[in-house]
Design a protein around this ligand. Structure first.
Ligand SMILES: [Zn+2]
Length: 252
């Protein structure tokens, strides 16, 4: 589910301080590349800023803590899920964190996961967007693990309102035209919601059947992901008061 792999971003200032956005997985080639980039920039790694607690973003934490014992680790708490052996520094919405010699504004952007944050570099309009967007794909909302579609849509709207110049995501290429992508994401989810409503209206009442009716000719390997997405829509419609899950899913 990570497409071409994970992006991490190293921000090194002229002051010799550097911050890494997302910790990766501890992959030896990544650690070697990071070390080479720090040497080239003549910077030391002072901070690791993590967008959220999914494994592809935090599994590298113990490796980084061993290699850079003076680095501090920042993340928004996710109670019950944060198990890495570091003393996390919590980040509140709207707080500033220093990366290199530049401030980044922490934006709490839940939905993909409850702890998700993005980092806004206001002077340039760039946003390090974590898993909020992936160019050429849609983003998983793991309803069964803290995902929440209504929150996710609100987070997309929040990014859109900031009129970012670029989005730098944790997977896939940099997004050069954020407004177009964010609006397309919002439209796509509205369309999916209409499809879920149509499936309920047609009498489908369980997640599997609804998913099969929406996702034609789906690779069976992707069916669990399709079910997660359908479930996310059903949960949103339920919280909107439009559906009930008593005796199967149905419209109110
Ligand atoms: Zn994720």
């Amino acid at each position: 589910m990570t497409g071409s792999g994970n992006n991490t971003y190293l921000l090194a200032g002229g002051n010799g301080s550097a911050a890494l956005i997302d910790a990766g997985t501890g992959e030896p080639r990544h650690l070697a590349d990071l070390d080479a980039a720090l040497t080239k920039a003549r910077a030391r790694l002072d901070r690791v800023l993590v967008t959220h607690g999914h494994r592809d973003h935090v599994d590298g934490v113990p490796h980084l803590a061993r290699a850079y014992p003076s680095a501090s680790f920042f993340k928004r708490p996710w109670p019950g899920e944060d198990s890495q052996p570091v003393a996390w520094q919590p980040m509140g919405d709207g707080e500033s964190v220093i990366a290199g010699d530049e401030p980044l504004t922490v934006l709490h952007t839940p939905g993909h996961s409850p702890d998700h944050v993005a980092f806004w570099h206001e002077p340039s309009g760039a946003i390090f967007a974590g898993d909020l967007v992936v160019l050429g794909s849609s983003v998983m909302i793991h309803s069964s693990r803290g995902g929440n579609l209504a929150q996710y849509l609100a987070s997309l709207e929040r990014l859109l309102a900031l009129a970012p110049t670029r989005l730098l995501p944790a997977h896939g290429p940099i997004v050069p035209d954020p407004a177009t992508l964010l609006k397309a994401y919002l439209d796509h989810r509205r369309l999916r919601e209409q499809q879920v409503i149509a499936a309920l209206r047609a009498g489908y009442s369980d997640v599997q059947r609804i998913a099969e009716s929406i996702y034609d000719d789906l690779d069976p390997a992707l069916m669990p992901a399709a079910r997660e997405n359908v479930r996310a829509h059903l949960d949103k419609l339920k919280s909107d008061g439009m559906v009930t899950d008593e005796a199967g899913w149905r419209l109110r």
